[in-house]
Design a binder for this molecule. Structure first.
Ligand SMILES: C[S@@+](CC[C@H](N)C(=O)[O-])C[C@H]1O[C@@H](n2cnc3c(N)ncnc32)[C@H](O)[C@@H]1O
Length: 271
């Protein structure tokens, strides 16, 4: 049974606002891998579990056609509303059944998404749709631990770890695949040409309000919110106040530095 935690319209619009696009370092890793295995021009990329399209839009300049797919109608509606790229289309469909021909895809990507899929079925589908030497790139950031602000990093990180503790009980078991750095997903890939890295650290400056918004997009927070909306929103307000107190500022527009640690799995189908 598919995991459907991203169906809500309000969630989709928060997603569009607060989820950032994959960093340049991740894009560089993907394209340097692909460039060594396939000749240009690249015809088709598919971004599965594309959400509202933040990861999909980065593929557009490199391919003749790009398809973003997601099981959530709300996410696809938001993607279609916000992103109008001539070579990119979005469709509602499960990752385990991608609506493209056999051996037609140069690159298949999944950003912060593959851990939700039925891995056995999905990898069979990947094998069906990839061209010979076509590549896959599955990546995600790990739960956030490091928040920096002036000399207050230790206190800021402590609040972040309290957030993790508080919403942990609402975490779906599949999120453990991310915490494990996609090791089991990597092991399940049937190709010999594959690599996994979990040491890509990206530092991003953002207003505290964006960090608070981002936390609200996490699936565990969304589960908490669905079960106990008032408590969940109180928790968010209290968390924001804790950060502001540590920072000794009154405006949530004050910037903090957030460290994202990424895991990425790359592989190529045999010729
Ligand atoms: C954390 S979001 C990531 C979205 C986007 N790639 C991004 O980076 O912002 C995970 C997405 O995977 C989708 N998803 C979960 N299970 C799926 C499945 N079996 N098939 C397709 N999409 C799925 C969800 O609907 C959700 O939009």
């Amino acid at each position: 049974m598919a995991t459907q935690l991203f169906e809500d319209k309000e969630h989709a619009s928060k997603y569009q606002k607060y989820r950032t696009s994959p960093p340049q370092e991740i894009q560089d890793l993907i394209f340097s891998y692909l460039d060594k295995r396939l000749n240009k021009p690249y015809e088709l990329a598919v971004d599965v579990g594309c959400g509202t399209g933040q990861s999909t839009k980065l593929l557009a300049p490199h391919f003749v056609k790009v398809l973003g797919t997601d099981i959530s109608k709300a996410q696809i509606e938001e993607a279609n509303k916000v992103l109008k790229l001539p070579n990119t289309t979005f469709r509602t469909s499960p990752a385990e059944e991608v609506p493209v021909d056999d051996a037609s895809v140069d690159l298949i990507t999944a950003c912060a998404a593959v851990h939700w899929f039925d891995i056995g079925k999905f990898l069979k589908e990947v094998d069906r749709i990839l061209k010979p030497s076509g590549c896959l790139a599955f990546y995600s950031y790990l739960p956030i631990r490091d928040i920096h602000y002036k000399d207050r990093s230790e206190q800021m990180c402590k609040v972040m770890s309290e957030i993790d503790d508080a919403i942990n009980k609402y975490e779906h078991e599949k999120v453990q695949r991310v915490r494990n750095g996609y090791k089991e997903i990597f092991d399940a890939i049937p190709y010999t040409d594959k690599l996994r890295r979990d040491d890509v650290i990206i530092k991003v400056k953002m207003p505290l309000s964006d960090l608070i918004g981002l936390i609200q997009t996490f699936s565990m927070f969304q589960t908490y919110y669905r079960l106990e909306p008032e408590k969940a929103m109180d928790f968010i307000k209290t968390t924001e106040q804790k950060f502001l107190k540590i920072m000794e500022v009154s405006s949530s527009e004050t910037e903090v530095e957030v460290c994202f640690r990424y895991v990425i799995v790359l592989a190529s189908k045999p010729k």
